[in-house]
Design a protein around this ligand. Structure first.
Ligand code: TYD
Length: 233
């Protein structure tokens, strides 16, 4: 059984979760925790290859349209590899693992956005990930409108600076993102103990403080010694 603590960050493109993940990692490290960070897709040699196929908007020119079920299976191939290579060893060593996107992204984007439905995604999660669930998921879900604006601005800057883009998803129409947004809400309602929604339009610093408080509380509960009466029972 893993001994560490597994935290995932979720949200729409442009929700600010990557910034928050980095800040939380720095704070936890400064407090003396061992922290391992990764992102889905990517993070392993295999995952980085899969990432470039999935996210580069030129992929479809080279490969033809990617079928939704193939997209889902590639996301899970990446995830299975990162679980084996990074997540399980880190948890076994007692680290706090912070992962930028995980299976909730597949359920929201492929299940909701691409309309494959939750049951197919969750069946794949069981098959590819042995149902490994995060201990805590921080779902950054400010309004759909503000997330979309940020995502499109950011991607435009990326194209201008580097001439490359990872915007195969970000070119999707707004109703694709509406379905993702709704699916995220559904997941959070289904699993209120695991998923904490952060939906206020506060400053980066305010959200950072809120996240740190949530995580500190959860970690201290997880680390608390099991009462003797329970051990004996
Ligand atoms: P990424 O660069 O990580 O975007 P962001 O910084 O917005 O998180 O790109 C990941 C993209 O891949 C994002 O548009 C969401 C999508 N995605 C899926 O569709 N399914 C998945 O299972 C995962 C992990 C990501």
């Amino acid at each position: 059984m893993p001994r560490g603590y597994f935290i995932t960050f979720e949200g729409l493109d442009g929700s600010g979760k990557t910034t928050q993940l980095r800040r939380l990692a720095a704070t936890l490290e400064a407090e003396g925790h061992t922290v391992v960070t990764l992102r889905n897709p990517g993070g392993t040699a295999l995952g980085d290859r899969i990432r470039s196929v999935l996210l580069d908007s030129k992929s479809e020119a080279a490969l033809g349209p990617i079928a939704p079920a193939a997209e889902m299976a590639l996301m899970f191939a990446d995830r299975a590899q990162s679980i084996a290579e990074i997540v399980l060893p880190a948890l076994a060593a007692g680290s706090i693992v912070l992962c930028d996107r995980y299976t909730d992204s597949s359920e929201a984007y492929q299940g909701g956005g691409r309309q494959l439905g939750s049951p197919r995604v969750l069946a794949m999660h069981a098959a590819a990930c042995d149902n490994l669930q995060p201990d805590l998921t921080l779902l950054l879900l400010p309004s759909l409108e503000s997330s979309l604006k940020r995502a499109r601005r950011r991607n435009q800057r990326h194209v201008e600076r580097q001439g490359t883009d990872e915007n195969r998803f970000e070119r999707e129409p707004d109703d694709f993102y509406r379905r993702i947004y709704d699916k995220y809400k559904e997941i959070a309602a289904r699993e209120p103990n695991r998923v904490v929604i952060i939906d206020r339009n506060d400053s980066i610093e305010e959200i950072e403080k809120e996240i740190h408080a949530i995580v500190a509380r959860r970690i201290s509960t997880a680390e608390a010694p099991v009462p003797a009466s329970i051990v004996e029972a």
